[in-house]
Design a protein around this ligand. Structure first.
Ligand SMILES: CC(C)(COP(=O)(O)OP(=O)(O)OC[C@H]1O[C@@H](n2cnc3c(N)ncnc32)[C@H](O)[C@@H]1OP(=O)(O)O)[C@@H](O)C(=O)NCCC(=O)NCCS
Length: 205
């Protein structure tokens, strides 16, 4: 029997469309990015698909009984993920988003990122090999699901023997920043226009 109370469970391949939907609805620094780009699949094909495809065992969802309303996903090893992205994920989506020689628009810069997964590797973060993405639909934010998802993700990393995790976020997403800091994430040194935060996987959240 399906529980009607929102609950956390492991990702299943049949959740993929819901995860894509949550991703695009939260991809504009936490807000709805539907209609922002030529395909609503662009953001999920960058920020969800390659994790679901390559490391589904690290994906967890919030299921409200009808559908998936939130998720956490990521990788245990960013360098390995980037290599597998290039060899196994990019070939699946590259034809949909042809590479751009000199990206200028926001969409072109995103497509460029898709074609260069190695940009996710920050050499100064070698001690923080894992990284994650987390998103919940607005209707299910602020109810403790984010904390529970991070808890499930950290436990899965610990089972794989991973000691530290990082994430990158837009500096304008002040709500998410408050959430991460509340859970104990700390800022990591980085010179770019992205904020990097880190946490030990044994940190209580
Ligand atoms: C950011 C997000 C994952 C947080 O998940 P959540 O379920 O809303 O957060 P929780 O209810 O588990 O909150 C955990 C703690 O963080 C705090 N917190 C969460 N969001 C907050 C906010 N916007 N401002 C201040 N504190 C916040 C909560 O108050 C809570 O603290 P408490 O235990 O002392 O009460 C979720 O709001 C979300 O998906 N937002 C839109 C997408 C997004 O921005 N994703 C992150 C991209 S980097």
């Amino acid at each position: 029997m399906t529980s009607r109370r929102p609950h956390i469970r492991a990702y299943r391949p049949s959740d993929r469309d819901d995860v894509y939907d949550v991703c695009v609805r939260t991809a504009a620094a936490g807000g709805d990015a539907r209609g922002h780009y030529s395909s609503d699949d662009l953001m999920p094909d960058i920020f969800a698909g390659p994790y679901l495809d390559l490391e589904p065992e690290l994906a967890f969802v919030v299921d409200d009984g009808d559908r998936v309303v939130g998720y956490v996903l990521g990788t245990a090893d960013t360098a390995r993920w980037a290599a597998e992205h290039r060899s196994r994920w990019l070939p699946q989506v590259a034809a949909r988003y042809p590479a751009v020689a000199a990206p200028t628009t926001a969409e072109e810069r995103l497509v460029d990122l898709l074609h260069h997964p190695e940009r996710n590797i920050h050499p100064e973060l070698a001690d923080y090999p894992a990284h994650l993405h987390i998103d919940l639909l607005p209707s299910h934010q602020g109810a403790g699901h984010g904390r529970a998802l991070i808890r499930a993700f950290l436990a899965a990393l610990r089972r794989q023997g991973v000691a530290k995790v990082h994430l990158g976020m837009s500096p304008s997403n002040t709500g998410a920043r408050a959430f991460y800091e509340r859970l104990g994430f700390h800022e990591l040194p980085h010179g770019d226009d992205v904020v990097l935060l880190g946490l030990s996987t044994d940190h209580p959240v």
